[in-house]
Design a protein around this ligand. Structure first.
Ligand SMILES: [Zn+2]
Length: 652
């Protein structure tokens, strides 16, 4: 990757630029790359020489032609370079100026070629003077601006107003803002956003709590953040406060569900602060998006974006909120320097999330959550082992020349969390908690890579406690080390046993009739007692475990019988429905096709779409059906999901 970029710079410099002084020098080895705090496989920017310290956006959001127009004003710190390099993808650059106000002057710029696989986009090289402190890029977005999801009213809860949201992680911010799009650079930002008067704009910044009459909104993010955390949403929104510093934005139609589902938010904040220190961002709000959102949540600072599938009606999926809140420390406060270090964001967050869940709902529930994820990790490990990149089961990755999304697997999340759980078991919870609290404090508002973390771990925990723990085996070797902590849950074991009875042909879910002798008016009487298993008897993760343990050959009749008793197909909980649809597809239970169609036409969350489409791809007949359906509904998805599913359906 790096060498290809260097070559590109040479061509551009030789042909089009007057000076080549700013051409970055290629680090000789990977060790040198790691020591370079600005080295990033996934950005063209020359951060070492010149970097943005503050970004000021002046943008207009036009729903009629689905375009954002405006200016990105970059305040820069220049160490004497005559060229500033930004990342762009799918943007039209109109003109670029340097200087402020009366001193603003147009300057030359060159747009380099798109990389071979269209992952990175294009470098934008801007001519500057050594004393330049401001660069103004006038631009507009296009239909190739993949961060943007423009939703027609039919895809919102109101069905009356359109909606727009952005998704920056991992390298999509460059598709709606021309920017040095590397997590290694932290910047502050401000914005003026003009939107249609009937809509409200919110960002990962200080937000107003009410819609105004002018349609113009002003924002400030005063803490320095990486570019992937700049986020914008525009829609018909209302706000509800849970406490002085927590609340939720959503479409009015979802408000009563949100009030109920997220009521524990202040308690979660309390639990998180008690664990690892004060929340550093002032306000913490949620924004519930339309169903097309490709993730469960996105930890945009001060304003977590949430998928509405979390609104299960029984608070059973609120661990997503604990997860996003935890990112306010791991990820947002201490940030992965490159996408190879993604596990530092996600592994720590899953560990932290489960500690919050344990504080609120007890150890048994936290262990059940962890075990279900550990089960998913086993499937992921098998997939990775048989893939082109078996080395992807290491925590520290090498994603050079690859889309950083390839690193968004259960390895970063679950193997990362089990690394910390195992460490906890070795050094004791008290020692680990002191270490983590100090870690978040020491590296607050910085970016770090895996080798900095390893060094800090050795110096501040392992050598202090004289514990023999091979962290390198976890971080740099494939698979799960033998010393991995072993969790157990009798509640999940019972669900597996129940499923095995069904697999063996027993009517295990049929009502049980027993007789009991009672005395009435001095006489003995036999009373019939009917015991039924109902869905409310078990939590979501128990039912997930039950369905996963059912055989793909139990047959249509048994599927129908279970559905009649427990109504999984229409239960409204996306976790259960996904498991049930996958099992239904494998059992050729075509009766649930209408429910599958309705579900995947509405929900764009990748976690649910991938297993359903994968199961459909297992037979030519189902694959054909899935392809036809996808052709009709793919515009209901954000580009992140659309691209993933398109790749999946077109694989041989
Ligand atoms: Zn996360």
């Amino acid at each position: 990757m790096y060498f290809r970029i260097t070559y590109l710079f040479f061509v551009l410099c030789a042909c089009l630029m007057t000076s080549c002084d700013s051409t970055p020098k290629a680090p000789e080895t990977k060790t040198e790359q790691l020591a370079d705090s600005t080295y990033d496989d996934h950005s063209y920017s020359n951060l070492k020489e010149i970097r943005t310290s503050h970004l000021d956006l002046d943008l207009e959001v036009n729903f009629s032609n689905k375009t954002i127009y405006g200016v990105a004003h970059h305040t820069i710190i220049n160490k004497g370079s005559d060229t500033a390099i930004f990342d762009i993808k799918g943007l039209l650059i109109q003109k670029i100026t340097i200087g402020k106000g009366k001193n603003e002057r147009e300057t030359d710029f060159v747009i380099g070629n798109m990389d071979k696989d269209s992952i990175l986009g294009q470098p934008l090289l801007v001519t500057v003077k050594p004393k330049t402190t401001q660069i103004n890029i006038y631009y507009q977005t296009t239909t190739d601006s993949d961060a943007l999801d423009w939703l027609d009213p039919a895809l919102t809860s109101s069905k009356k107003h359109p909606f727009l949201y952005t998704q920056g992680q991992a390298i999509l911010t460059r598709t709606w803002i021309p920017i040095q799009d590397s997590p290694s650079n932290r910047i502050t930002y401000s914005a003026k956003i003009k939107v249609p008067k009937e809509l409200m704009a919110v960002m990962s910044a200080k937000n107003s709590k009410r819609k105004n009459d002018s349609g113009t909104y002003y924002f400030k993010m005063e803490k320095a953040i990486p570019s992937y955390l700049i986020a914008l949403a525009v829609g018909d929104l209302k706000y509800h406060a849970f406490s002085s510093k927590t609340g939720v934005y959503c479409e009015p139609q979802l408000m009563s569900s949100c009030k109920y589902e997220f009521e524990d938010l202040p308690k979660m904040m309390n639990a998180a602060e008690k664990l690892y220190g004060n929340y550093q961002w002032g306000q913490y709000d949620l924004l519930v998006l339309p169903y097309s959102f490709p993730f469960g949540g996105m930890e945009n600072p001060r304003l977590t974006f949430v998928n509405p599938t979390v609104l299960a009606g029984d608070r059973s999926l609120v661990s997503v909120i604990a997860h996003e809140l935890a990112h306010s420390w791991s990820g947002n406060l201490v940030t992965n320097r490159t996408w190879n270090d993604f596990w530092l964001n996600e592994g720590f967050t899953v560990y932290f999330e489960e500690r919050i869940m344990e504080k609120l709902y007890g150890k048994e529930i936290a262990d059940i959550l962890a075990l279900v994820e550990f089960h998913e990790l086993q499937d992921e490990l098998k997939r990775i082992k048989n893939s082109e990149h078996p080395e992807d089961s290491r925590l520290f990755l090498d994603l050079e020349n690859r889309d950083p999304d390839a690193g968004m697997t259960d390895i970063a999340y679950v193997k990362g969390a089990f690394f910390l759980k195992t460490l906890e078991q070795k050094v004791g919870r008290k020692n680990l908690d002191i270490f983590l609290k100090n870690y978040f404090h020491k590296f607050a508002f910085q970016t770090i890579n895996t080798s900095i973390f390893s060094e800090y771990l050795n110096e501040n925990l392992l050598s202090k406690t004289k514990i023999d723990f091979d962290s390198k085996e976890w971080i740099y070797k494939e698979g799960i080390p033998e010393n991995c902590v072993h969790l157990k849950s009798s509640r999940l074991d019972k669900m597996v046993q129940l499923a095995e009875r069904v697999n063996n042909g027993e009517k295990a879910l049929a009502p049980k009739i027993t007789f009991k002798t009672i005395r009435r008016k001095g006489r003995k009487k036999r009373k019939m007692i009917v015991t039924k298993i109902e869905r409310k008897d078990h939590i979501v993760q128990e039912w997930q475990t039950f369905i996963r343990a059912l055989s793909p050959t139990i047959g249509k009749e048994t599927m129908r019988e279970i559905d009649n008793r427990l109504n999984f197909a229409k239960c409204g909980n996306a976790e259960i429905m996904t498991e049930w649809y996958v099992l239904g597809i494998r059992n050729n239970y075509k009766q649930i096709r209408p429910q599958i169609t309705a579900f995947i036409s509405k929900v764009g969350r990748r976690k649910y779409l991938i297993p359903i489409y994968e199961a459909l791809c297992e037979t030519p007949e189902n694959k054909k059906w899935a392809k036809e359906l996808f052709a009709k509904i793919s515009l209901n998805y954000h580009a992140v999901s659309r691209n993933t599913i398109s790749d999946l359906l077109n694989e041989k």
